[in-house]
Design a binder for this molecule. Structure first.
Ligand SMILES: Cc1cc2nc3c(=O)[nH]c(=O)nc-3n(C[C@H](O)[C@H](O)[C@H](O)COP(=O)(O)OP(=O)(O)OC[C@H]3O[C@@H](n4cnc5c(N)ncnc54)[C@H](O)[C@@H]3O)c2cc1C
Length: 229
């Protein structure tokens, strides 16, 4: 199978940006099978890294965003981020333990046994894995409880979450903080999390930022500020 054959075999797009690197932005799990078979014949290493090296074939999974909630489970395709999964599950009053960084991939969290705010109650992300759909090294699409090869989707167990908010983070520009808070700077904090925490480089580019939070152990609203380095 050569590059031309690969291009016709996949619904996604094939790029050859140079230095012996091929990238396939896959559109379906079957695209991954075709890509892995191609890589095996060409003796290329398959990677999901965004920075492939020479001799590697990169599988870009970011177009696989499907999330299906069925009862107390979520089937999540490999391109979905934790923020996207949270948004889908919270619409049903459900959640599953994940990392505290919302832009990380759900599959990365499964493989890395991510720990987050719900871990004391429900374990790590991996503990909540029901099954994974994977493409094996020889290009077969299999469903398994033990992930191998390239994972195309994972099914995770979901748990009811109380809709009451005991803690959270609101981000304001430093200049807007006094008006938002209406009191002077001082205090202690409770635990906090939100999709989008911690502040990203975008927040930092915008100048100083302010986190305001409340939570268990806080008798009143609290705040703390950081200046941009
Ligand atoms: C500031 C900071 C704070 C953090 N805090 C926490 C925390 O509180 N709790 C926590 O658990 N973690 C934490 N992490 C770790 C972070 O959540 C992990 O980076 C994340 O879980 C992995 O997601 P990723 O998007 O980086 O994965 P990726 O980089 O996409 O993948 C991670 C690994 O999985 C492999 N992989 C990815 N997709 C696939 C696939 N489809 N098939 C096969 N292999 C695949 C990759 O090759 C790589 O080896 C923190 C990281 C940082 C930088």
């Amino acid at each position: 199978m050569d590059i031309t054959t690969l291009c016709t075999a996949v619904r996604g797009t094939v790029r050859t940006p140079g230095a012996g690197v091929t990238e396939v932005r896959v559109a379906t799990p079957h695209d991954i099978s075709a890509t892995v078979r191609f890589a095996a014949r060409q003796r290329l290493r398959v990677t999901t890294s965004r920075r492939p090296g020479a001799g590697e074939l990169a599988v870009d999974l970011t177009a696989l965003k499907g999330i299906t909630i069925r009862g107390r489970t979520a089937e999540v395709q490999a391109g979905a981020t934790w923020a996207e999964l949270d948004a889908a599950t919270q619409a049903h009053g459900l959640a599953t333990p994940g990392p505290r960084l919302s832009y990380t991939s759900v599959v990365g969290a499964v493989l890395g046994r991510a720990r987050g705010w719900l871990t004391p109650l429900h374990g790590t992300t991996r503990d909540n894995l029901v099954r994974a759909e994977c493409v094996t090294a020889d290009g077969r699409l299999v469903t398994t409880e033990e992930p191998e090869g390239v994972i195309t989707s994972v099914t995770l167990r979901l748990h009811p979450v109380d809709r009451k908010v005991y803690g959270g983070v609101l981000l304001y520009r430093l200049a807007d903080a006094p008006a938002a808070l209406g009191c002077s700077a001082n205090s202690r904090g409770g635990g906090a999390s939100s999709p989008g925490w911690p502040p990203t480089s975008r927040h930092r580019r915008n100048g100083s930022f302010q986190a305001i939070w409340s939570g268990a152990g806080c008798s009143r609203w609290s705040r703390r500020s950081w200046a941009t380095p």
